[in-house]
Design a protein around this ligand. Structure first.
Ligand code: LLP
Length: 421
């Protein structure tokens, strides 16, 4: 669980009243809990106890350097998908030996930077990528460890936009072709095949798809070993889901996921990596926003708030549910109200929830979106010329701005006019 609780009727982030942060930084903003980040990382680390393992945080879910530092200090490695993420992880002090590089479209330039800066392994996703990596590594006179990402063709049973392990998805090589691709890799200079990588999707709320995928990886390990490859490391990806609606969802626990990993691949004597993002960062963050207007529509009430789809795009993009709570706890027995909760952006898609029943609120009241730590700030944009909102990190009774809100002038000054205008 998390460290965002009501105390004396007001929502706190650890020991800090959320309203106090709002007064200091203005709304909307993201706030993260150090204790929750640490706790969630430890759940995974403990779940794999007994196996040689590394938990690599999928930093695409939340990439602020302060957050990376908290997790790296706890022992995490990082899973990166671009050279920007790689450089951010390095800037946060993560050593190259703890960074794995995933992604279907790594460029030669990205490979070069990672090879020069140090990398734990590349998770290679295609033959053309393998050829380029072989060339770049050879030019630099190094041999880099690689795994090949296999697509196990299992149904992750999650939202279509975040499922990655079916044959129609762009990710990995079909598991049926793995032997020939590994044979090719073994012949290429600059590469050392060390393992297998798999990731089947995100926000998985059942364990069965993982079980099917990891069984296939275990079988493949034996087959590749029989072919003469030294398979010593398995990267099992991320994807464990979180409860977004507190009331009625109970996704699997990291402990059970760890037991599943031990059961399916534990006998192979491999080092195991996992790449969780959402389960570590999701419930470690809130987006806090302020009510601008309560507007009476013909047949409904609109809650118009100062946060919008550009700040938190998940509801607009995936019809995602986020629990939305008032920062001041409603009195026992207070009448709730039902709203369409919308932002100020000029699109009907700028809707966070339709017909949501929650505590009645008024203009200037603060509300908080729960489970907004993952894929929140990182997916934000400045659409409608709304500057990126700030990020705040709480630790006990302290809080610090870890990314300030740009001023309007800063945002506008990034445009440059050509000389002929
Ligand atoms: N490893 C790889 C190779 C991935 O592609 C992903 C997520 C992860 C690990 C981490 O998955 P997680 O544990 O966070 O589920 N924007 C979407 C989610 C996209 C996930 C992309 N890949 C959302 O807001 O739901």
């Amino acid at each position: 669980l998390d460290h965002f609780l009501y105390r004396n009727g007001v929502l706190h982030a650890e020991d800090v009243p959320v309203a106090e942060i709002a007064a200091a930084v203005g709304t909307p903003f993201y706030v993260y809990s150090t204790a929750t980040l640490q706790r969630h990382f430890k759940l995974f680390d403990d779940a794999l106890e007994g196996l040689d393992h590394l938990v690599c945080f999928a930093m695409k879910s939340l990439s602020n350097q302060a957050v990376l530092k908290v997790l790296a200090d706890a022992g995490a490695g990082m899973d990166v998908v671009s050279v920007g993420e790689y450089m951010r992880a390095k800037a946060a002090g993560v050593p190259g030996e703890k960074i794995v590089f995933s992604g279907v479209g790594k460029t030669a330039e990205e490979m070069r930077i990672a090879l020069e800066g140090g990398i734990r392994q590349f998770n290679v996703e295609s033959e053309p990528e393998m050829l380029v990596l072989s060339r770049v590594a050879s030019e630099l006179g190094v041999v880099t460890p690689i795994t090949v990402r296999v697509n196990p063709d299992v149904d992750a049973k999650t939202h279509a936009k975040i499922a990655t392990g079916k044959s129609e998805n762009k990710f990995g090589i079909p598991i049926s072709r793995a032997r020939e691709v590994y044979a090719m890799a073994a012949e290429l200079p600059g590469l050392k095949v060390i393992g297998i990588d798999v990731h089947i999707g995100s926000q998985l709320t059942e364990l069965e798809p993982f079980e099917l995928a990891y069984q296939k990886v275990a079988e493949l390990t034996e087959v590749l070993r029989a072919d003469g490859h030294e398979i010593t490391r398995l990267d099992l990806g991320g994807g464990l889901g979180i409860p977004y609606a507190r009331s009625n969802e109970a996704p699997p626990l990291p402990m059970d996921y760890g037991a599943l990993i031990k059961r399916t691949v534990g006998h192979l004597g491999c080092e195991v990596e996992i790449e969780p993002g959402r389960l570590i960062s999701g419930n470690a963050g809130l987006m806090v926003s302020k009510v601008i207007y309560v507007k009476e529509g013909e047949d409904r009430k609109f809650l118009i708030i100062d946060g919008a789809m550009n700040d938190l795009i998940r509801p607009a993009m995936y019809e995602a549910h986020h629990d939305i709570v008032p920062v001041v706890e409603p009195e026992v027995g207070a009448e709730p109200a039902t709203y369409d909760i919308v932002g100020p952006v000029c699109e009907s898609g700028d809707t966070f929830a339709k017909g949501r029943t929650m505590a009645a609120v008024e203009s200037d009241d603060l509300i908080a979106f729960r489970s907004a730590g993952a894929y929140g700030a990182v997916m934000a944009s400045e659409y409608n010329s709304r500057p990126l909102i700030p990020e705040v990190l709480v630790h006990g009774d302290q809080f610090a701005v870890i990314r300030p809100r740009p001023t309007f002038d800063e945002m506008i000054a990034r445009d440059t006019l050509p000389e002929w205008l």
